[in-house]
Design a protein around this ligand. Structure first.
Ligand code: NAP
Length: 672
């Protein structure tokens, strides 16, 4: 029998007298045990004072690189996880969603971390706020990692994905995690955790693991700690109401029950690609993971006239379900996680059956042993007066089909879920999509539209993606995990900082306009990445702009807009005093003023952001550019990105345009 260990304060701890049994979903025999008394204050101390400082010493990019290494390490060592996953009732395809899906999620966070976060310890949120007339006092929002521990309490259904989708944004933020998976599948989570922690990729204290009960952990949490919970609404309610969490305003994110709906558009009649797509999606959501998916379609909404064809088509597909040994390749639906869970689902089905007729499936266990059950389809003819079909989550292969009269009725029924993780709409009609989006979006964390155009590449109603918000209002818990970098922000504090540009530049690790500059001793384009310093600046010579320049540019580019060509017409325009230079002429001349023509460390100009033309430039005006290093971001061993602030001014010293220029600059040969 497997002994599932906790990993606390850097040590593996075996199960003790309080251990609980873990059963195979396939044979119902005990296969493992987990649970031990833990010194939770010591674990929190280890996270806060060992893991936290070590993580915060790294930049977002350092942490993102380690996340990538961790995901690849897991990928290389994932094989044994599959056999364990089968013992939870998961088929090979279910296990792939859990194991490979979790690894991919981590890789996406690693990649987004390097692309969207700075190579620094501070994240700047939004633009500078000008708080004074002369710009000597300004405001900025920064996000820094919380100084506590992130407690992750996970549901049983995805022991690997559920762990990794929370761990990735937490580590990226620079916060240590204490992971408490659900006990019934903790043997899978522990095996994956062991691979990660033994890799040594993240510093000591970055992750700890509780097998079994979390004991008095929540009672010791403070304002810098967070709880991210996934599980049932009842448990969420009990935990989020814990006096200590309320007293200390501990951030509590909950992902809980959700009665997700899928709506068949009125246009998607039999014979359309959308009708078939709807059946495919609904069938997949009932059978994948034996319906134990928080995002599964619990309510199938179809136009009244299409209910019978939907039942017929879905039933025909469900009849082909192959239930059996999850490890066998021919099996299309495995078992529920335990007999106790099956009993729970059957009890909930009884409530649904009071309002709906079963049109597919029965209560007889399809296998002698284990927690297997047949898929179940119900038909509710009076969904307006029904309650259970909208409120009782049977966390298994169970779904109810119900009719709707028109789109407002479909929206009203979808919203009866009281808040859910995802709703899907299968339609090819943009008017249907847009009306339903307005009517139901506020009730759902994610809306999934699909039709003949996107079906070949679509990711599936039930697949939460790391790029997008996962969570939902109301019954779904009011939480929001993932969502790209939004998910990282749950583990950081947003703080408004006020001060002079010089001080804010130092705090934000980014030079800000108005802060002092250092005049470059040699052309900054001759410097390698390492030799450039924030605030290093070049003021170019001035160049006079003539009418001939403007006309030449107009002819050469074909941009003969009247403001450049026709004095009378230009004068009549409220923005111009007469003929003016093209904005793009200014940019081109600026490049001519600051460029360093010979081959050198600047490898490429990769973009230009935040361009703003602030004053017209007339023939006879002169132009000069100031180029200042704002921010540096290492990209690889060969080069890094340098963000330059560019200010173009006229002969009166007035700013005519500003923008941020991105270049790739070679690193010193020692780094190559
Ligand atoms: P659960 O019974 O509520 O358990 C969830 C987690 O809470 C488990 O880790 C459980 O640990 C832990 N827990 C229970 N009592 C606790 C306590 N007093 N202190 C600390 N932790 C405690 O839910 P589940 O059966 O694992 O999952 C099924 C439910 O999760 C379904 O309702 C489903 O809708 C929901 N779910 C939601 C999402 C989502 O993203 N929204 C995803 C998956 C599942 P033990 O196992 O040790 O009791």
């Amino acid at each position: 029998m497997q002994q599932i260990h906790s990993f606390a304060s850097g040590h593996w701890i075996a199960p003790d007298a309080i251990a609980r049994p873990i059963y195979s979903a396939v044979t119902s025999a005990q296969i493992a045990q987990a649970g031990n008394a833990l010194n939770t204050p010591a674990m929190l101390d280890f996270a806060r004072n060992t893991g936290g400082p070590a993580l915060r010493a790294l930049t977002f990019h350092d942490r993102a690189r380690r996340l990538k290494a961790l995901a690849l390490h897991l990928k290389a060592h994932k094989k044994p996880l599959y056999a364990l996953s089968h013992t939870t009732g998961a088929t090979h395809a279910d296990s792939q969603i859990d194991i490979d899906g979790g690894i991919t999620t981590m890789l996406v966070f690693a990649s987004k971390g390097r692309r969207e976060l700075p190579d620094a310890q501070v994240y700047l949120d939004g633009n500078i706020e000008q708080l004074s007339r002369n710009g000597s006092f300004m405001g900025q929002h920064i996000c820094t990692p919380l100084l506590g521990a992130a407690v992750h309490i996970n549901a049983y259904n995805f022991p690997v994905w559920g762990m990794l989708e929370k761990l990735a944004p937490t580590l990226l933020a620079g916060v240590p995690a204490i992971i408490k998976p659900a006990t019934s599948t903790v043997h899978v989570a522990e095996a994956a955790f062991r691979i990660m922690v033994e890799s040594g990729i993240f510093p000591e204290g970055a992750m700890q693991f509780i097998a079994g009960s979390s004991g008095d952990l929540l009672g010791h949490l403070g304002a810098q700690d967070t709880v991210a919970f996934t599980g049932s609404a009842d448990t969420a309610l009990m935990l989020r109401a814990a006096p200590n969490l309320l007293k200390n305003a501990v951030r509590f994110t909950a992902e809980q029950d959700s009665l997700n709906a899928s709506i068949l558009g009125p246009d998607a009649t039999e014979g359309t690609p959308e009708f078939d797509l709807f059946i495919t999606e609904a069938h997949r959501e009932i059978t994948t993971k034996a319906g134990q998916k928080c995002t599964a379609i619990r309510r199938i909404l179809a136009p009244e006239a299409l209910v019978a064809p939907v039942i017929e088509a879905l039933t025909a597909k469900l009849e082909k379900t192959v239930i059996g040994d999850p490890a066998a390749p021919e099996t299309t639906m495995g078992a529920l996680v335990s007999e106790a869970r099956r009993a729970d689902v059957l009890a909930r089905i009884k409530e649904i059956a009071k309002e709906a007729t079963r049109v597919f499936g029965d209560d007889t266990p399809p296998m002698e042993k284990g927690a297997f059950m047949a898929p179940q389809l119900f038909h509710c003819t009076a969904p307006d007066s029904a309650r259970a079909v909208h409120e009782v989550e049977a966390f298994g292969p169970v779904s109810t089909i119900m009719p709707y009269r028109d789109l407002p009725h479909a929206a009203a029924l979808a919203n009866r879920g009281g808040g859910s993780l995802v709703a899907s709409v299968i339609t090819h009609d943009p008017a249907v999509a847009s009306q339903l989006a307005m009517d139901i979006a506020a009730h759902h964390g994610r809306l999934y539209f699909n039709d003949r155009d996107s079906m070949a590449e679509s990711t599936g109603h039930g697949a939460p993606l790391p790029h997008l918000v996962h969570g939902g209002p109301g019954r779904a818990g009011g939480g929001e995990e993932m969502g790209g970098i939004r998910g990282v922000m749950h583990y950081m504090q947003r703080t408004a900082v006020q001060g002079s540009p010089r001080l804010l530049s130092a705090i934000g690790q980014t030079w800000l306009p108005g802060a002092p500059v250092t005049e470059a001793k040699k052309h900054p384009f001759r410097h390698h990445f390492e030799d450039l310093t924030l605030g290093e600046s070049l003021l170019t010579d001035a160049r006079k702009i003539s009418l001939e320049d403007i006309e030449h540019f107009a002819r050469f580019t074909g941009d003969t807009f009247y403001a450049h060509m026709d004095e009378e017409a230009a004068k009549a325009n409220p923005f111009f005093p007469g003929r003016v230079a093209h904005g793009y002429l200014l940019l081109s001349f600026a490049a001519g003023l600051f460029v360093e023509p010979d081959p050198g460390p600047v490898l490429a100009n990769t973009g230009l952001e935040r361009l703003s033309f602030q004053q017209p430039v007339s023939p006879g005006d002169s132009l000069r550019a100031r180029l200042t290093v704002m921010r540096k971001t290492k990209r690889n061993d060969d080069y890094g990105e340098v963000r330059w602030h560019v200010e173009l001014s006229n002969q009166r010293g007035e700013t005519v345009a500003t923008y941020e220029l991105l270049t790739m600059v070679a690193r010193l040969p020692a780094h190559a």
